[in-house]
Ligand binder design. Sequence first.
Ligand code: NAP
Length: 530
Amino acid sequence: MPSIALQFLRSRIGKVCVAIIGNTPAEMLEKASAVIKETPFLEFRLDYLEKPLLAMPKLKQFIADNGAVTCIATCRRAANGGKFKGALAAQLEVLTKAAEVGFHIVDLELESAESLKKGDLQKLRETGVGIIISHHDFNATKDLDGIYKRIQPMEPDFIKIVPTAKTLTDNVTLMRFIERMDDHSNIVGVCMGDAGIISRVLGLRAGSAFTFAAATAGEETAPGQIAARTLIETYRIDQVDAATKVYGVAGNPIKSSLSPVMMNTAFRRETVNAVYLALQATKIADLLKLVNEIPIQGLSVTMPLKQEIMAHLEKTDPLSAKIGACNTVLRAQDGKLYGFNTDVAGIIGPLEKRISLRGAKVLVLGAGGAARAAVFGLRDKGAEVFILNRTPETAQKLAKQSGAKVIKKEALAKTPMDVIINATPIGMTGIKGAQLLEAKDLNTKLVFDLVYNPIETPLIRMARQQNIPIITGIEMFVQQGARQFEIWTGKPAPEEEMLKVVIHTLRQQAESAAAEAPPTPPATKSKKAS
Ligand code: NAP
């Protein structure tokens, strides 16, 4: 039975604790003051300060001025993954002082706690402060029960266990462990790492007393940590309950996918009790195990799993079977997994809004997954399709399978097209490679670039300069996502809202990339060869 003091402590803490870092006390307090407007539960990472003891008067004032805010003091030692270089005694002095100036909770790592002299922990407890004993494993998720057994006899107010997820199913291991605990209301558990997002969003539902978030993107104090606003607004973490259906986008790499922000926006807009996660999947077996254990109700499947997933589905729609790739998985009423391909609708839908495809002449650049969706979808609609690809053999194979033709670059200028579609990554942020077409090759009435980051690709710009109507990759991205939403929920997708949030996020990303880019040096006159 928890003590009255502990019950009070538990009742005043929120579900999301925001980690505050800074090089100076002033910097920390400025951030803290901004964060508490939205989240009144903070962890001050005192180990980020050169001299944490000197910060105490200012921290005392902050706590006194903000009575509704709950504050944790952490001064993790370097040997345990923190930044504090002092000895154990110095760490204990910082935490004791923190307790004296009004911190509600102090966090002491297990390794330090085990090295304390007899009675030291009791003395800290007697200050009246709540105590977290924490353990971080930066390499793996293993022996959680063993760690628990080491911490539990110390009778802290909270037992914090933070392993690293190397696989998706490591999240399941952690969450099952939390669920299994007798009094799990004093366990705080989360997996670090890119694969650990599942535990960051679903950990509360498993019974974690609270979870941690970064103040903003870029201020993460642990690998894979998510910004508080994203956790609260995008993932709606405080509304995730036992009935919340879980969906996700699976692929590798997946960190920068815009699907979570788009799909979670759609779920919120349509008040669907569902959450959508980025699933960093390197092995199909790991993904499938997660899908069955959570269980996951639907997947967006992306590179490199679109083909591989097919063998693991009960059945796919005829289009996926023809293309040999599936980007959408649905768990149906019978509990089995079924596959669909919405990439085709993402390409055909925007085109049909503008032109009639029957008999239209369409050039497809590329012969990979997206190109296959375009070519089969277009052929299905009766278009005459020409393929141009870096590797001619792949183009030939696709042409043979689909009844399309291959074309050489030299023939483009004299072959008028109705549409040119770019289904290669050329033009995408971070991808190097020469433009595939020159201005003279845009012998077409419409240009569709499937690349959506940046919004305006070089190909789109070139088409605009020639007054050729364009379709950007964002339209495909939103359309394929909207069809997935409909397959999963049976409701019409809020396409406008989805489009808005994708454009907003891409613009924000472009702005922060521009702000981070080094200033361009002033132009210098080129030296003439001597
Ligand atoms: P993929 O299967 O890897 O195929 C890539 C294709 O591009 C291949 O045909 C490849 O030619 C060609 N290619 C790659 N690098 C090239 C280069 N430097 N120069 C010339 N050709 C090159 O990829 P995918 O899944 O089809 O995706 C292609 C692009 O479509 C993605 O990068 C993405 O931007 C876009 N896309 C957008 C959406 C959306 O929702 N808007 C959805 C899916 C894809 P080889 O055969 O010679 O390797």
